[in-house]
Ligand binder design. Structure first.
Ligand code: ZN
Length: 395
């Protein structure tokens, strides 16, 4: 029996690949494989990707079809999960179809190489579909709806979710960490180092339980339009000063808790220093120091295949009921994306407070394997994303 080493993969825009396959050596190679053989490819695929039907949904979008890579006789074989009559197959059925027909999208020496190729095929197909729809409608934006990338989350998960909480507020360790620990859910805490000593022992215990400690800057500088930030207004900062304070905060976190902060959360979600013609983004400073930088009060989840890890979008968790949160999770699962949630206090209710009943319902939802949620820290998901999209040396 073939081992499905990872449920991978890049979804192809709804191309009924198997309907139009040709035997190997019959000119049925994709345009990419006709060029130089991709790194890690042992054998080229034998499915014709250039002449295949496209399934369009009633609403004008194009459906996606997953492919998977399967380890067979020491090789990673990339196979489509669509039957000859256009039905979506289970992983086992897809393997059976491959055994019966011998049709595949390529054989590789590693899962990573297979993933890379699956993504390349997807991108090529997307271009074809978008170009086709533009030609028909004459509208240069008409193809936009075709964009639909499925990312290979681990163990066949459908969506990644990271919980994060800012400012090292005591309720996070008093109330939040014990609740999360009950379910084995790990979160990311973006700490203001000056507040850590208020609950030093509890923060150390949070680290020991596997939660991530991230950097939230030394002074929590935001725009001076907040009166509390007027004396430390980003408008009055220089990049050099910001760089120095990012490093100081890292050193403080290391000193207090013995860990290196791998990710950062922009205070107030603001990413600039200076004003007018002298405004500079401090995103590059974050990209140089961290594997990810998290925003605040954004509107959507991150597309793992596309997002800039130094500017991850984060949706506000405070005040949400579980029903409201589930709408966000379901939308992210639909796209296979990475939902990063950001909150402050953790308690029953109140201003800037993530509700304990919501958090508990979330943990229970996540514990049900049917939901397909991968819940992990920002750093762990960021590392996985970097590895699986072949980023070279971080961002
Ligand atoms: Zn904050």
């Amino acid at each position: 029996m073939a081992a499905i080493s990872r449920t991978v993969l890049a979804c192809l825009l709804c191309l009924l690949l198997s309907c139009s396959s040709k035997p190997a050596g019959d000119g049925g190679e994709s345009s990419s494989s006709r060029a130089a053989r991709p790194e890690g490819m042992i054998e080229q695929g034998n499915i014709d990707l250039t002449n295949r039907p496209v399934v369009r949904n009633a609403d004008g979008t194009v459906s996606t079809v997953r492919s998977i890579s399967v380890e067979i006789d020491g090789q990673e074989v990339l196979i489509p999960t669509v039957s000859d009559d256009g039905r979506i197959l289970s992983d086992q059925e897809a393997v059976q179809q491959y055994r019966r027909t011998g049709r595949h999208l390529g054989k590789f020496n590693s899962v990573k190489a297979a993933n890379r190729h699956a993504r390349r095929i997807h991108q090529e197909q997307e271009r074809l579909v978008v170009a086709g729809s533009n030609a028909k409608s004459g509208d240069p934006y008409a193809g936009g709806k075709a964009h639909d990338v499925r990312f290979p989350w681990p163990d066949g998960k459908r969506v990644a979710v990271s919980l994060s909480f800012d400012d090292a507020r005591p309720s996070q360790v008093d109330v939040g960490v014990p609740l999360l620990n009950e379910y084995g859910v790990r979160a990311t805490f973006y700490v203001s180092p000056s507040r850590v000593p208020e609950r030093l022992g509890a923060w150390k215990a949070a680290v020991a339980a596997g939660h991530e400690i991230g950097n939230h800057s030394m002074r929590h500088a935001c725009t001076g339009n907040f009166s509390w930030s007027r004396q430390k207004a980003l408008e009055d900062y220089t990049p050099r000063q910001m760089a120095k304070e990012l490093d100081q905060a890292n050193a403080e976190i290391q000193r207090l808790l013995g860990v290196r902060a791998l990710t950062f959360a922009y205070p107030c979600g603001q990413k600039f220093v200076g004003r007018g013609k002298r405004v500079r983004s401090y995103v590059p400073l974050v990209a140089e120091r961290f594997i990810a930088g998290r925003g605040w009060r954004d509107e959507t989840a991150n597309d793992p295949a596309f997002c800039d890890p130094a500017q991850l979008l984060a949706v506000e968790l405070d005040g949400l009921t579980f029903e409201q949160l589930k709408v966000l999770i379901d939308a992210a699962a639909e796209q296979g994306s990475w939902l990063v949630l950001a909150g402050h206090e953790i308690g029953e209710k109140g201003r800037q407070t993530t509700r304990t009943d919501t958090l508990r319902a979330f943990c229970e939802h996540a514990a049900d394997p049917k939901t397909g949620l991968w819940v992990d820290t920002v750093a762990n998901v960021a590392r996985y994303v970097a590895e699986h999209r072949g980023d070279q040396g971080g961002n």
